[in-house]
Design a binder for this molecule. Structure first.
Ligand SMILES: [Fe+2]
Ligand SMILES: [Fe+2]
Length: 388
């Protein structure tokens, strides 16, 4: 089946008219801005010049060492029930307890779960493609050669992530959602800006920060092994991406004027409100015949979603503070959103944990396989002894 056939709402008129729908086109074009920069000042891994660039080259080395293949590392033969891909409890559904929910039978509730997972993982997929394009843009536009080297490894990481989410949606869910209009708008703003730090800020800090928090919440709550593997392994890569964004921006923002910093803070504030209020999967509910206004109300009221919305900022707030965007207006915005205290959480610790979880999962899977192999061998030996 072609991807077009798997898309929900294919052919529907979208808000921006430039999405995957809007006349059914499965393409989107953003004109390029900014300069392609070359540097003749070549560094190599291991070369010491006493500057902070060694850290960047070490990250590049790590990026090379930690490449992996999604086709091999993930156990794609694990089965997934498309009507309950993540094991989501009833109470976590946004319309749980409403008359719409009460009216649904088990099959319809399964269908709703399928749509929600499809919507969520489709946004992950589209976000990963955005990350791939932004990482490639950074290769082109960032002034230093060592930063280009590192970003090239990240471009490959993001390609792997997009490939994996795409495969999950095609093979295991059988349904895709177009990119959310607001996610697309934020991505467009990020790409259209000619200042070289904006793809880092919009993509690495905001969109990826949000995605990382969402991945983490699902990774830590789902009891389904396939999505758990996918999320744990993708998150292992993201720890490097966040480290890179922090390193590059922290140094650069020290050189900016107050006015320039305030501009970036405004961008962060707008982006955060937009992601909090406009990325909730309301389009899933309207597909089930629930009027838009009601759908928005349910998403707003759902206790689970409120908690989810706050946790979504657990990676962004400490990162923004760390890179030096911590002016009064931004602080006030985070107080209003109820996420100000997250600025104190330890990002390094969270990242180290992400790596550990992925490695532990590998170790467990390896031990289980080894156990099976040993059992097979002793069976074969026993069978051989019985024959003799
Ligand atoms: Fe990614
Ligand atoms: Fe990433």
């Amino acid at each position: 089946m072609s991807t077009r056939d798997l898309y929900v709402n294919a052919g529907r008129e979208s808000g921006t008219g430039q999405g995957t729908d809007g006349g059914g086109a499965l393409a989107w074009t953003v004109p390029a801005t900014g300069a392609a920069r070359f540097s003749w000042e070549a560094m190599f891994v291991g070369q010491k010049d006493g500057s902070g660039r060694e850290r960047l080259l070490n990250l590049y080395q790590k990026g090379k060492d930690k490449q992996w293949d999604g086709a091999k590392r993930i156990a794609w033969d694990l089965e997934v029930d498309p009507l309950d891909p993540l094991g989501t409890p009833d109470e976590a559904m946004s319309i749980y307890g409403t008359r719409y929910w009460d009216r649904m039978n088990a099959a319809e509730r399964g269908e709703l779960r399928k749509h929600y997972t499809s919507w969520q993982f489709s946004q992950f997929l589209h976000g990963e493609q955005g990350a791939m394009v932004c990482a490639a843009r950074i290769v082109e536009s960032v002034p230093d050669l060592d930063a280009k080297f590192y970003s090239a490894t990240q471009t490959m990481d993001e390609a792997r992530h997009a490939e994996i989410y795409s495969r999950f949606l095609h093979e295991k869910i059988g349904m895709l959602y177009p990119i959310n209009d607001n996610l697309q708008a934020l991505l467009g703003d990020t790409l259209r800006d000619s200042r070289w730090d904006m793809p880092y800020l919009g993509m690495q800090v905001l969109i990826e920060g949000l995605a990382l928090a969402a991945f983490g919440m699902i990774r830590d709550t789902t009891d389904k092994p396939l999505p758990k593997q996918i999320l744990a392994y993708v998150m292992q890569d993201e720890a490097r991406h966040v480290a890179f964004g922090r390193m590059a921006l922290r140094d650069y923002y020290k050189q900016l004027t107050d006015a320039e910093l305030r501009e970036r803070e405004e961008f962060v504030i707008d982006g955060c409100y937009l992601m909090r209020d406009r990325l909730r999967g309301v389009e899933v509910l309207t597909n089930f015949g629930i009027p838009l206004k009601e759908a928005e109300e349910y998403s707003e009221r759902s206790e689970y979603l409120q908690l989810f919305r706050q946790l979504l900022f657990s990676r962004i707030v400490p990162c923004v503070k760390d890179i030096g965007l911590w002016g009064k207006r931004l602080q006030q915005a985070y107080v209003d959103m109820g996420v100000f205290d997250m600025g104190n959480s330890n990002l390094d610790q969270l990242m180290a944990q992400d790596e550990e979880i992925a490695e532990k999962l590998d170790a467990e899977r390896f031990a289980a396989e080894e156990h099976e192999r040993v059992a097979e061998v002793s069976e074969a030996i026993a069978a051989g002894a019985a024959d003799a």
